[in-house]
Design a protein around this ligand. Structure first.
Ligand code: GTP
Ligand code: MG
Length: 495
């Protein structure tokens, strides 16, 4: 385990009452004590005291680069801060080189192993403000701490065994939760629901592995091992549970990450204009030249209170232009990963041969037909769609003149709500976990097939081993270092 001491600003940058600098590691307490002068009278704040109330009910005495005024202050010693875990101390942070106080602060101390990282942790609550926070952080770094990498505190919590990987990942999801329901799921995950489910499955698979290995080592005992009955237990208990987890992802990811919407259609029908209208900004370039958008433009936004990710795409048509061709390949990829396709056409030409070709390639997806440029049609002109398209939800708009945009939002909201079956959702894995569960399921199906077809037990045990190792990956057992780095790099610095 890495044992250098790390530090970071743990609160968001920007205006606010308090900013927190977190330090974790063996040198956390020596570093904190070297820059902290305790108030002699008011050193007994317990961690049950509301921090905001305490910090702001006390008059602010020392401010940035000014000397503290009244009250006796003594530099904290290491043994002072080590006396008791989970205790708050009041005083001032000062620069040991100049002796000048930087701010009036509250310092909380959590001693190993009773902390988030299971190391000694010190949190310095300063008055918020970017310059002050950076100045204090620089000071801490000068005293021997290293700037923490994104997610490094949580990574240490994982490495020390305080959290399993599903719980560590739930931490990032709690921070990023976009809906109340998503927060419920990830809180359940932080409590260990996914880990418990996966561990129960792993217990059964590990037990099965023991029997398969016994069958390899003691062929004369194969009958007594009754592997057929064991295989039936696996088939009846595990396949269904793994499928439920996969379904949980498919339904729940909308709540976690937002519904994924792609605007798709021929060049020049007004896709980028609609994107800009929905985002209420000029995000995408709009021109009258067909083929303006070459790359996918993706943005998060809230649509009728629901989280969404919307993508403007390159117009689909036959082209030999190499740049456009790459854009079209990317559009096809985007379509695959989208929950709703806004299939756009021009009200004047409506759906021509080229549109119908596009339709053939997206018809398996959830489509909303969007007829744009209605302003170019004389009033009361009827719009008649081809047979197949008639059955699809359809909205008539003018992206340019802001007509019909609210109806389109309502339609998307209806689809969003219908897509979510709250009652059937219990555990909602993330994409990484779902992929590992899928791999495991595939291998378990091979195991069962192998047993039925009389495959040698050595071969069956290879598939079973892979099924077990994929599930271990979900909870972070024996996981490769590069995968861990990739997971924790998605965190913000300071968590
Ligand atoms: N009259 C009218 N013109 C529109 C409307 N929406 C877009 N346009 C115009 O149509 C042209 C193309 O618009 P874009 O939004 O760039 O179309 P696009 O589908 O993104 O085009 P590509 O990126 O080339 O695929 C521009 O001149 C827009 O001003 C509309 O509702 N009415
Ligand atoms: Mg465009």
């Amino acid at each position: 385990m890495e044992n250098d001491t790390i530090a970071a600003i743990s609160t968001p940058i920007g205006g606010g009452g308090i900013g927190i600098i977190k330090i974790s590691g063996t040198k956390a307490i020596p570093i904190a004590s070297s820059v902290f002068r305790r108030s002699s009278k008011t050193d007994k704040f317990k961690n049950t005291t509301p921090i905001i109330g305490t910090l702001f009910s006390a008059p602010v005495r020392g401010t940035l680069f000014s000397a503290p005024s009244r009250g006796r202050k003594t530099q904290a010693t290491i043994s002072d801060l080590r006396k008791e875990s989970h205790k708050l101390y009041h005083g001032h942070v000062f620069d040991p080189e100049s002796g000048k106080a930087l701010d009036e602060v509250l310092v909380s101390v959590m001693l190993a192993p009773h902390s988030y990282t299971r190391e000694d942790v010190v949190e310095i609550n300063v008055h918020s403000g970017l310059i002050l926070l950076r100045t204090v952080l620089d000071l801490i770094i000068r005293q021997g701490a290293r700037l923490a990498m994104p997610g490094e505190f949580t990574k240490r919590a994982f490495i020390s065994g305080r959290l399993d990987l599903t719980q560590a990942e739930a931490v990032i999801d709690i921070i990023n939760a976009k809906t109340k329901k998503a927060l419920e799921f990830v809180n359940a995950q932080a409590e260990g629901d996914l880990r418990n489910c996966v561990e129960a499955i792993l217990n059964l698979l590990n037990g099965f592995m023991v029997k398969i290995e016994a069958a390899i080592d003691f062929p004369e005992e194969v009958e007594a091992l009754n592997l057929d009955a064991e295989a039936r237990i696996i088939e009846n208990n595990i396949i269904g549970r793994l499928n439920e987890l996969i379904l949980g992802y498919n339904e729940g990811h909308i709540l976690r990450e937002g519904i994924r919407i792609a605007i798709v259609g021929r060049p020049n029908v007004g896709k980028s204009s609609l994107m800009n209208r929905l985002l209420k900004t000029d995000r995408a370039i709009v021109t009258s030249v067909p083929g303006t958008t070459r790359d996918i433009i993706e943005e998060d936004f809230i649509i009728s209170g629901m989280p969404a990710v919307i993508a403007d795409t390159a117009g689909l048509h036959d082209t030999i232009d190499p740049v456009e061709t790459i854009g079209i390949i990317k559009t096809r990829e985007q379509i695959k990963n989208s929950d709703i396709i806004l299939f756009m056409a021009d009200a004047v030409s409506l759906f021509v041969e080229a549109d119908l070709k596009i339709y053939e390639s997206i018809k398996e997806k959830q489509i909303v037909i969007v007829i744009n440029k209605i302003d170019l049609l004389p009033e009361n002109r009827e719009i008649i769609l081809q047979h197949d398209l008639k059955a699809l939800p359809c909205v008539i708009i003018s992206a340019l003149h802001n007509i019909g945009i609210d109806s389109l939002k309502e339609k998307i909201k209806d689809i969003f709500i219908n897509k979510i079956d709250y009652d059937s959702m219990s555990i909602v894995p993330n994409l990484r976990q779902k992929i590992a569960v899928e791999k495991s399921l595939e291998k378990i199906v091979s195991v069962l097939k192998g047993l039925k077809s009389g495959l040698p037990y050595e071969m069956v045990s290879i598939d079973l081993g892979e099924a077990i190792s994929s599930l271990n990956e979900v909870i972070g057992k024996n996981i490769k270092a590069d995968i861990l780095d990739q997971i924790f790099s998605q965190f913000c610095i300071g968590k």
